[in-house]
Design a protein around this ligand. Structure first.
Ligand code: IVH
Length: 666
């Protein structure tokens, strides 16, 4: 920048820089496929900022510097929508959907209906108006007729183009969202600054758009997914709408499908619901539209919603209920966990009557008391959590809860230990022969062996009746032993014995896991099985040998080592084998992934996250969750996260799904 540019040169340079930065931005923020490093991007932007300051007359309306967010507003200006922003009618199950189809078919008979489906983003709807190619205004939905002008904030969203490759005035609509990853990081920061947390990604997105200072919005890393083109540019189907807005340079979701009939819609819905947790952003259902826009128009509007479109919602993941009591459970390790006994409530498709409160600190943090009305949340098939107390509904009769000083099962005084690196404290029953711990250990063993017929209640009963004192006894049970108990018929007794006897064979990793060694989850069990191949070898492993396994640290290695040194534990293993347990040993053979450390980011097409994990392990590789310079490969799926950027930065080799499958030998 030392040489003086002529006016014409400056103008040209500004234009070139603007175009280049915009195209780099598109690759980075829309395609998730950056072509240069952040340093290059920043450096070009710096030069552009400098030139624009010097020659403001040449600054272009779509200049990337316009995104930085200048003026702090006093309040948002109200703005009328040119075309009303409608909402959607909800459907909650297949029946609702069938009824919807019947209704619309009645209105427009003898027409063939095809449906366009796409995920329903859980964010904030925004309308974008482009005048003469340039983004002129961005408005929130508001009441559908009048919204708020949030243009300055919206301009900070990098995935929104500031200009379109089309001369007509155009209105595009879509959803502003925050990814789960960004939301978590934001909440961490809020917490550190002692500011209120955002309950979900939608609140976080909405809260970030409603900042009067656009610099704050810019820091929130919002994203925008377009889903509607209001302007008539000759499109005839919803599918075409999506193609057009994609060509304009917007990000659209790949989670969409053209369906010939409701059967296919249901299939799409089930598929999305199943993978919902793995999506990088929050969704609350599937939007289903009559694909043909002429038909869609003919169907018209009822109330505030178009008839030709419906929100096929997922079962709500949150609900409110009352904490009837707080109980304390003793886990396998002796850890005491407070559990809220709830007034039964329907959440996420099932009735929930218990929720974990984790520990004493969590109870303090939530401020939950017995009798409180609370919000419970269930994500996937995880145990529900209490996420919030509604203190305004208190009557004054609520009771505070105190963690007991004794084990509620064996009355042994408890011990308090700091939980991991956290400041929080866990409470343990230290009685080695605490019956609760013993029972939990048995439950764990039986689950690891996939013996589904025996749940905690049956185990407790067998124990109380003196049929078993250790899980080994299960393998000796006869039909007659069980049948003689009250409420066990011949059939159920037979089922139980059969299911035990048909599950005596286990793979080595499962057997290690079943032992319930402190710190040994399925991953570590697998690593141990791969390294030692047989229980005999593992039993005679040295501390150093165990410690040398790449994923196993000192604390875990010590725990494993000590467990196998314990005489009672060694006897237990021999007793299992004597009772008929057959452990399948591992032959250690090399594959292209043996000993390789692999990170997967984004969604893969052919494999779920779990499947990919399992496949890597089976091929002898290490599945790791974060990228470091020791990572050998980063497998990049759809919508990859920051791990991809990190891989780029560290120069770690990235491969796509195809290459990954090849390495797996598939
Ligand atoms: S289409 C009639 N597609 O859902 C307006 N809307 O409940 C429908 N939404 O206000 C526009 N994801 O904010 C459409 N893929 C999607 C959507 C979507 C989320 C929101 C939108 C609308 C609300 C209606």
């Amino acid at each position: 920048m030392s040489k003086q540019l002529s006016q014409a040169e400056a103008k040209e340079r500004i234009k070139k820089l603007t175009d280049e930065i915009n195209s780099l931005r598109f690759r980075y923020h829309v395609l998730d496929d950056p072509s240069v490093t952040d340093e290059i991007y920043d450096s070009l932007t710096q030069e552009l900022l400098y030139l624009e300051a010097k020659y403001p007359q040449f600054r272009l309306p779509n200049s990337p510097t316009q995104r930085i967010g200048g003026v702090v507003l006093e309040k948002f200006e109200k703005m009328k929508h040119e075309a009303r922003m409608l909402s959607l009618t909800d459907a909650f199950n297949n029946q609702d959907m069938l009824e919807w189809e019947t209704r619309i078919k009645k209105l427009v008979p003898a027409e063939k209906f095809e449906y366009f489906c796409e995920v329903k983003f859980d964010g904030l709807a925004i309308s974008l108006r482009y005048k003469k190619s340039v983004l002129a205004v961005a408005v929130t939905r508001g009441d559908g007729l009048v919204g708020e002008n949030v243009t300055e904030n919206i301009k900070t969203i990098q995935s929104i183009p500031l200009s379109l490759p089309i001369a007509e005035d155009v209105e595009v609509r879509g959803e502003t969202i925050m990814t789960k990853e960004v939301w978590k990081a934001l909440n961490k920061q809020q917490e550190a600054e002692e500011k209120p947390l955002y309950a979900n990604t939608r609140n976080a997105a909405a809260g970030s758009i409603r900042q009067l200072n656009p610099k704050i919005t810019a820091a929130r890393k919002l994203q925008f997914y377009a889903y509607d083109l209001v302007t008539d540019l000759g499109q005839t189907t919803h599918e075409e709408v999506h193609k057009k807005i994609k060509d304009f340079g917007f990000r659209i979701t790949n989670y969409q499908k053209n369906c010939k009939n409701l059967e296919e819609v249901f299939e799409f819905y089930r598929h999305i619901e199943k993978h919902r947790d793995k999506l990088p952003f929050g969704i609350d259902g599937v939007v289903v539209s009559v694909n043909d826009l002429a038909l869609f128009k003919r169907l018209g509007v009822v109330g505030k919603a178009p008839r030709g479109m419906i929100a096929f919602k997922f079962a709500p993941e949150q609900a409110t209920t009352v904490v009837e009591d707080i109980l304390v459970q003793v886990g396998r390790s002796g850890k005491l966990t407070p559990v809220a006994k709830l007034r039964p409530v329907f959440v996420s498709g099932t009735t929930v009557s218990r929720a974990t409160l984790h520990n004493e600190d969590e109870i303090k943090r939530l401020g939950v008391r017995i009798g409180d009305t609370v919000v419970v949340q269930r994500a996937g098939d995880v145990i529900p959590d209490v996420v919030e107390v509604l203190p305004k509904l208190r009557t004054g009769k609520e009771k505070k809860f105190k963690m007991p000083d004794q084990c509620p099962v064996c009355n042994t005084p408890v011990e308090r230990r700091v939980a991991g690196k956290e400041e929080s404290v866990d409470v343990f029953c230290v009685n080695l022969v605490c019956p609760a711990k013993n029972l939990r250990a048995m439950e764990h063993f039986v689950t690891a062996f996939d013996i589904y017929t025996i749940g905690p209640k049956v185990l407790q009963r067998f124990k109380d009746e003196g049929l078993i004192s250790s899980v080994v006894d299960l393998f000796y049970l006869k039909k007659e032993d069980i049948q003689s108990l009250e409420r066990f018929g011949e059939k159920s007794a037979e089922n139980i014995v059969n299911s035990i006897q048909s599950h005596t064979k286990v793979i080595f990793a499962k057997f290690i896991y079943a032992l319930g060694i402190t710190h040994v989850g399925e991953e570590t069990a697998f690593d141990l099985s791969q390294r030692f191949g047989s229980i005999q070898k593992l039993m005679s492993a040295t501390r150093e040998e165990i410690n040398a396994i790449s994923n196993i640290g000192e604390v875990v290695a010590e725990s494993v080592y000590q467990w196998f040194q314990n005489k009672a534990n060694r006897t237990f293993i021999r007793d299992c084998i004597k009772a008929g347990v057959k452990i399948e040993n591992i032959k250690i053979k090399a594959t292209p992934l043996t000993g390789k450390s692999i990170v997967v980011t984004g969604t893969l097409e052919k494999l779920s996250r779990e499947e990919a994990k399992e496949a890597i392990r089976q091929a002898g590789g290490d599945w790791v969750s974060s990228v470091s310079k020791n990572t050998d490969y980063v497998v990049v799926g759809e919508n990859p996260g920051s791990k991809y950027d990190k891989a780029q930065k560290l120069g770690v080799k990235t491969i796509d799904e195809k290459e990954f499958l090849k390495l797996l030998g598939r």
